[in-house]
Design a protein around this ligand. Structure first.
Ligand SMILES: [Zn+2]
Ligand SMILES: [Zn+2]
Length: 103
């Protein structure tokens, strides 16, 4: 099967990951695997709120943890998923990753 060209072979910088990963809406029209796509898709659980438009802390929202929803929605000041939590500038690349290939 031909590669649909979904994933550019590109290593994202920390800033690109924090500001763009699962934040920028995906413009790829072909069907593709969301989990390996950099961009956000409607109803995707990994979708993140932009920290430029929303300010939330690198702390998981207790309502999301206990019930999977939050009455504050996008206005909530806490992270709504592990993606928002771990790609938060307060968390991202703050711990040694042992999965990365040795350069
Ligand atoms: Zn996509
Ligand atoms: Zn919340």
């Amino acid at each position: 099967m031909a590669d649909a060209g979904v994933l550019p072979r590109h290593v994202y910088t920390a800033n690109e990951m924090i500001s763009g990963y699962k934040v920028i809406d995906c413009r790829i029209r072909q069907q593709h695997d969301w989990s390996t796509c950099f961009y956000a898709h409607p109803q995707e659980r990994a979708r993140r709120r932009s920290l430029l438009r929303h300010s939330y802390a690198a702390v998981l929202c207790p309502d999301m943890v206990s019930s999977g929803s939050c009455r504050l929605g996008d206005a909530c000041d806490k992270s709504h998923s592990v993606f928002e939590l771990w790609l938060h500038p307060d968390k991202y690349c703050t711990r040694m990753c042992y999965d990365a290939p040795l350069l």
